[in-house]
Design a protein around this ligand. Structure first.
Ligand SMILES: Cc1cc2nc3c(=O)[nH]c(=O)nc-3n(C[C@H](O)[C@H](O)[C@H](O)COP(=O)(O)OP(=O)(O)OC[C@H]3O[C@@H](n4cnc5c(N)ncnc54)[C@H](O)[C@@H]3O)c2cc1C
Length: 595
């Protein structure tokens, strides 16, 4: 379907029942569209959703297009740390560390329900790649670069002190260690979702998941818009814009290739911008004597640092690897070799862990959208981000397209600010009536769920008892919902007034309730069972990889969205197939048939 010259085209509506919301801002109803958007943003990872939010909050009209779901790309497959990147100090990237530490502080304030302080222990062993004195110097620098932080400063321990702090750690060769603070985001997928919701709530942005950009509309060497496919219906759309931002993460080169008329010119005319590396994590149950903080350890076999991170109350998330990657980005998965590497190194530093492959619940793997470069080792490739204006490409100039290369979860807000600042100049954007586009406002603006929360624990303490009484739900459920939705937790519970059944727990043995599934559809733009399982509630990361709860979630979605039995069946199958292909699992899936 194409839009006739001066009319806005009708876009797919991703909130079919949003009119039933109990309370919503003007932009929450339906999907808005304009004849010509100021900006189209391609890619709904942390960077693309951050850019869309930043631009919409400044009053620009924006269309965000995500081919799968918000936060379904690399942003979902990270170590889930909001960190300065101690390791980048070794590469002398002080500006990157400074930026990351400043953004860490902002995220702790703006998303206190999702981003929490995390203590990390860093042991130093004789014969290690990094001597103790150098670690200590790095720690002081790390503290110095974040001297106005809210997190505690690091502490240094001698061998005895460190061993007392971490009694099960390998003692042989231990020289001492430090305990320092960074931050952790259990569920970065929700930061992407909250950015998308916030962009939409301005009334200036249309945000579409399951919308894959298939081609560019071009005139005289200038991009005038894009064509995209609604992958849920197979319908095609064309939309116009003054400028396009390519925030497709590791898929960035594939999007740039769409500027070329055919595959032959793509191969000959385009240099690669991305040299992605694969990083795999394993998830194991917490084990006896395991650390109560994260550990940041140097691997013996190759000197690479890796993390053992307490995650989601019941697990350790262990990773990551860092391997050159050439394969299909949509099929990235970890290998048994990587799993064994992570197990061996964990067992070495925590000998009593005694982990084997059978303890691994599942793995996940992602491709870092790193700039193509000739660093001799993947770990040496810079994690900085930069903006490429294709109008300035000497060989293949294309007006109207800007690509965002690299980046980290941690620095997404600042990246978004810089990108929108650049786009305003490059695409000559103005507000209606000729007003100048205002400066970025996200620095001190909480994400939707962070509004009204200054300290999460006191917020919980202040609301658990009253909400528990008002909604007749256990205080632990209230606390769990605050962890996921922040100050929007009551919106989930208010849904139960419509249907008491939605107070029922999901059968995952956790604290999730059915109302969350309905909320995911109505307020968080979830369209498929996988959207809910992987990126709204997170049942996919339960010990059974969501195999018990998927049918229940699908039934609930089916009732809410009027799905036929065949659609429910297909959704369950698609979810299971995804988990089997992408989350290499050992214990989780083997216990449940995959019919
Ligand atoms: C193993 C690993 C560990 C990491 N750990 C950390 C960490 O602990 N802390 C940290 O700060 N950073 C970490 N990172 C880095 C961080 O995860 C990434 O830099 C960040 O998530 C990139 O976000 P993005 O939005 O650019 O890309 P993505 O999240 O990949 O988003 C790009 C999106 O574009 C979409 N897309 C692609 N093509 C199209 C198209 N044609 N049309 C529409 N949409 C399209 C994709 O579906 C995808 O959702 C880690 C990365 C990896 C791989």
């Amino acid at each position: 379907m194409t839009n006739p010259s001066n009319d806005a085209c009708t876009l797919p509506n991703r909130c079919p029942q949003s009119s039933q919301l109990i309370e919503h801002s003007p932009g929450d109803t339906g999907t808005v569209s304009w004849p010509v958007y100021d900006l189209i943003v391609i890619g709904g990872g942390i960077n693309g959703t951050g850019i869309a939010r930043d631009a919409a909050l400044r009053g620009l009209t924006v269309l965000l297009l995500e081919k799968n779901d918000f936060g379904s790309g690399t942003s979902a497959y990270s170590s889930r740390l909001i960190h300065g990147g101690l390791r980048y100090l070794a590469n002398l990237e002080l500006d990157l560390v400074y930026e990351s530490l400043a953004e860490r502080e902002l995220l702790l304030k703006n998303a206190p329900h999702l981003v929490r302080p995390l203590a990390l222990g860093l042991p130093a062993y004789g014969g290690g790649k990094t001597p103790f004195w150098m670690i200590e110097m790095g720690m002081c620098l790390y503290d110095f670069l974040s001297f106005r932080k809210s997190l505690p400063w690091h502490k240094v321990y001698g061998a005895t002190g460190f061993a007392a702090r971490y009694p099960k750690i390998l003692k042989s060769g231990l020289q001492g260690g430090s305990v320092y603070y960074d931050a952790q985001v259990d569920f970065p997928e929700l930061i992407c979702v909250e950015n998308a919701i916030s962009a939409k709530a301005t009334g200036k942005a249309s945000v579409l998941n399951h919308a894959q950009v298939t081609h560019f509309e071009m005139a005289n060497g200038r991009i005038t818009g894009v064509g995209f496919e609604d992958t849920l219906t197979g319908q095609h759309y064309q939309v116009q814009a003054k400028g396009v931002i390519n925030a497709a993460g590791p898929w960035l080169d594939q999007v740039i290739a769409l500027t070329q008329p055919d595959t032959e010119t793509q191969a000959s005319a385009l240099r690669p911008r991305i040299g992605g590396t694969l990083g795999t994590h394993i998830v194991v149950p917490r084990f006896q004597g395991g650390p109560d903080t994260a550990l940041y350890v140097e691997a013996e076999s190759d000197g690479r640092p890796f993390f053992i991170i307490p995650w989601r109350k019941e697990f350790y998330l262990i990773g990551t690897t860092d391997l050159p990657f050439q394969g299909d980005l949509d099929q990235a998965a970890g290998s048994l070799e990587e799993v064994n590497y992570l197990l061996t190194e964990t067992n070495r530093v925590l000998p009593q862990a005694n982990l084997s492959v059978s303890e691994v619940l599942y793995t996940y793997a992602g491709v870092r959208p790193l700039p193509a470069g000739n660093a001799d080792k993947p770990g040496k490739i810079s994690r900085k981000h930069w903006i490429e204006d294709h109008a300035r490409d000497a060989q293949n100039p294309v007006q109207g397209l800007v690509s965002v290369i690299g980046g980290k979860l941690t620095t997404y807000r600042n990246l978004a600010q810089a990108t929108v600042d650049y786009a305003v100049r490059a695409f000559d954007l103005w507000l209606p009536n000729g007003q100048v586009v205002p400066d970025c406002s996200t620095r001190h603006l909480p994400l939707p769920g962070g509004a009204g929360i200054s300290a999460i624990e006191s917020y919980k303490a202040g609301h658990m008892a009253t909400a528990s009484q008002r909604f007749q739900m256990a205080p632990e459920v209230i606390a769990h919902l605050i962890d996921l939705y922040g100050s929007r937790f009551s919106r989930v519970l208010e849904l139960t007034a419509e249907n008491k059944e939605w107070k029922q727990p999901l059968c995952n043995g956790g604290l999730d309730i059915l109302a969350q599934v309905v909320y995911a559809i109505r307020e968080q733009m979830a369209c498929t069972v996988s959207d809910v399982m992987l990126r709204r509630i997170g049942c996919a990361f339960d010990a059974d990889a969501g195999m018990q709860s998927v049918a229940q979630v699908a039934q609930c979605m089916g009732a809410e969205l009027g799905w036929e039995a065949s659609r429910i069946e297909m959704e369950i199958k698609q979810y299971r197939a995804f988990i089997q292909a992408r989350h290499l699992h050992f214990r989780a899936v083997s216990v449940v048939p995959t019919a």
